[in-house]
Ligand binder design. Structure first.
Ligand SMILES: C[S@@+](CC[C@H](N)C(=O)[O-])C[C@H]1O[C@@H](n2cnc3c(N)ncnc32)[C@H](O)[C@@H]1O
Length: 250
């Protein structure tokens, strides 16, 4: 089994594939001041197994295209949409986020939790803008420094993983530079990392290793996740996801 398949195997049973929470998705919805009765067209980009997609379907009068490039995650999303009675509102789309099929000004809302970093925050906000109607909304969570200077170990780790990581004021500046007016920002609290993402993942490690014959590749993946968890626990005062809510300007 290659590393990619192993990563899918580890993550597809998770409620989420990154830090986040249902209460925080709803908070973002409230800060976006979206009219819950108005018919809307939404894309949830990098949706994973669809935790946010299903909430958006539940709370809004919306048609949602759930985009992810991993069909295995979309298969789980489809099952969840069926079992929650939300399937009619959701269209899964296996596609890369840098090659989206939407028409210019087609969408009312672009939603993306813990995923835009895959093409880089600035690239994503700049390129996705054209799909939004004037006044349309972008809601995206992005790894963010909470402090102006950081311990060297943490700085080095993230400079290597994602050099675009920055403080919130810099992310907001990127939004302004690319034709958005920021209307809300908040930081994901610790429970979104530990209780809703890392601990459920740790609880799956043993089965994951057994299923995969305790292979070296599987052990390497678990060790990398453990290192990330330890780094987060040690340095959580300095880092989280910021949730950015912004309106497309004219
Ligand atoms: C950290 S997970 C977040 C998933 C989900 N939004 C959540 O919060 O649970 C990032 C997701 O982005 C997807 N992804 C990564 N690169 C992508 C790309 N180029 N196009 C589409 N999806 C991508 C992954 O498959 C994964 O589901």
């Amino acid at each position: 089994m290659d590393d990619y398949k192993l990563l899918i195997d580890l993550h597809k049973e998770g409620h989420r594939q990154g830090p986040g929470g249902d209460a925080e998705t709803e908070l973002a919805l409230n800060l976006a001041m979206i009219d819950r009765a108005e018919p809307l067209k939404i894309a949830d980009i990098g949706c994973g197994t669809g935790a946010s997609t299903i909430l958006l379907a539940r709370f809004l009068n919306a048609r949602i295209t759930a985009v992810d490039f991993l069909q295995d995650f979309l298969d789980v999303l489809e099952q969840r949409a069926e079992s929650t009675g939300m399937a009619e509102k959701i269209s899964p789309l296996a596609r890369s986020m840098d090659d989206l099929p939407f028409a210019d000004e087609e969408l009312d809302v672009i939603w993306s939790e813990g995923a835009i970093y895959n093409i880089g925050f600035e690239n994503g906000v700049a390129n996705w803008r054209r799909y939004l109607k004037a006044g349309g909304l972008l809601v995206a969570s992005e790894i963010t420094w909470l402090t102006d200077s950081r311990p060297t170990e943490l700085q080095n780790h993230w400079d290597n993983e994602y050099p675009e990581i920055d403080v919130a004021s810099a992310k907001i500046r990127v939004l302004e530079k690319h034709g958005y007016s920021p209307i809300g920002y908040f930081v994901l609290p610790e429970r979104c990392w530990m209780d809703q993402y890392y601990r459920p993942m740790q609880a799956r490690f043993e089965d994951f290793l057994n299923r995969n014959g305790n292979s070296e590749e599987a052990r390497t993946i678990v060790a990398a996740e453990q290192r990330e968890i330890e780094l987060y626990e040690r340095y959580k005062a300095h880092i989280s996801y910021g949730v950015y809510i912004a309106k497309k300007t004219e």
